[in-house]
Write a protein that binds this ligand. Structure first.
Ligand code: AMP
Length: 415
């Protein structure tokens, strides 16, 4: 059985094809620059990589069509017919309060994803476009939506409500939703396996540190609090997003600069974070390199970023009470030994002690690694994330009617 995992962004579609029986990814790739010209598709299989250039992929339908054509290509494809794909899983960013778990896609679900576009205007519309494209090209294939927000629906009201007029929540759905759910879920399941416990026995802090950054407190295997909020702008310092600031700042700057709300929103999302502080860089590799070469703003950006992460670890340690492990994942979390070292420096008093040499030697290709010392009361793991695997396993579970809740799978079979 082949299952296709799709992650549709505003101008890209990422895909992975899994063979359920062999537990292997048989093909993966990305269609880029949809709707903006000079489009291309990068397709990878065990036999190598193929770049297919297209003058313009006009929309998500054309992109998904090209992905299907590529997967069935006689030379570099991996299946003969589209009908060999048994089901499709979609990453859907916003499930609001409606969805606490993955769902088989019905007209009611697509309507709700559309309605929730007001809460995620950049994400839900392309997610929906991908769903509609698959419906058109493979009308008989069942589709499953895996919501980024679903994992965080277990947060208590004390964590998800803001101290604003209650009517804002009641009438306008203003609350913390949290994001990167599939990633936090995946690494927390894997951490439980590494700890030799069931997920429901584990208290964890999971740090997803890529271009987007979120920190989650996991109590007894489920999300108890998370740093991203109503939108993915809240929380830690990110590549171009500011994270936590005084909410009075944008209002003040809007007045001072005579800008519209939309323009200020754009600055906070696209010109802040590491880029805002350094004035030049979003990529943590560049910032580390420049800081080493003496660039003071890059050094400051690193220090602000790790200070904020340390604060989240402190806050969540306090709220969790007992802490079993801290987990680093995503591009920077998996690959930057410097970020991990600085973030955990001075946390010995809460029982965190890392092995410096192991930390230095660990990156994505090391696989799941324990970088703490045997004496460390709180374990520190680096776990490469695998959001696509969550999509695939949820598709199978939902279609088998075996899906009960997020405690079910160890997400452990991948090779
Ligand atoms: P992601 O959003 O998970 O794809 O992560 C992207 C981020 O990971 C980028 O900001 C990269 O700078 C960062 N990253 C990737 N490799 C490294 C590395 N070796 N050291 C530091 N950061 C890295």
């Amino acid at each position: 059985m082949n299952i296709l995992a799709l992650n549709c962004g505003s101008s890209s579609v990422k895909y992975q094809l899994y063979n359920w029986e062999t537990h292997c990814v048989t093909a993966k790739g990305v269609a880029e620059r949809i709707g903006v010209g000079e489009s291309f598709l990068l397709h990878k299989t065990i036999n190598g990589e193929k770049k297919i250039t297209e003058p313009t992929l006009a929309d998500h339908l054309s992109a998904v069509e090209l992905i299907m054509k590529t997967l069935t290509d006689p030379v570099y494809g991996v299946i003969k017919e589209i009908t060999e794909i048994s089901a499709v899983g979609h990453r859907v960013v916003h499930g609001g309060e409606k969805y606490t778990k993955s769902e088989i896609i019905t007209p009611k679900v697509t309507d709700t994803i559309k309605e929730l576009s007001v809460l995620a205007p950049l994400h839900n519309p392309p997610n929906l476009a991908g769903i509609l494209a698959v419906q058109k090209l493979m009308p008989d294939a069942p589709q499953v939506a895996v919501f980024d927000t679903a994992f965080h629906q277990t947060m208590p009201d004390t964590a998800y409500l803001y101290a604003v007029p209650m009517e804002w929540y009641e009438k306008n759905n203003i609350r913390k939703y949290g994001f990167h759910g599939a990633s936090h879920l995946y690494v927390s399941k894997r951490a439980a396996v590494m700890l030799g416990k069931s997920a429901s026995e584990c208290n964890l802090i999971t740090l997803h540190i890529g271009n987007g950054v979120s920190v989650t407190a996991v109590r007894n295997g489920v999300s108890a609090d998370t740093s991203m909020g109503f939108t993915p702008l809240e929380g830690a310092v990110m590549g171009t997003r500011c994270g936590d600031i005084d909410p009075a700042v944008p209002l003040y700057m809007q007045k001072i600069l005579g800008k519209s709300a939309g323009e200020i929103d754009s600055v906070l999302n696209k010109n802040s974070g590491l880029l805002g502080i350094t004035k030049r860089f979003t990529d943590f590799r560049d910032i580390e390199r420049q800081a080493k070469a003496g660039d003071k703003l890059c050094e400051l950006a690193i220090n602000i970023k790790v200070y904020r992460l340390k604060k989240y670890i402190g806050m969540y340690t306090a709220t969790l009470g007992r802490l079993d492990a801290v987990i680093f994942t995503a591009g920077t979390g998996e690959n930057s030994a410097l970020l991990r070292k600085l973030t955990l420096k001075g946390l010995e008093h809460i029982g965190i002690d890392i092995n410096e040499e192991k930390n230095l030697a660990t990156n994505t290709s090391s696989g799941e690694t324990d970088i703490s010392t045997p004496e460390s009361k709180v374990k520190v793991f680096v776990i490469p994330t695998n959001e696509e695997l969550v999509l695939v396993e949820d598709v199978v579970a939902v279609l088998n009617g075996a899906y009960t809740d997020h405690m079910r799978f160890p997400y452990s079979f991948v090779k």
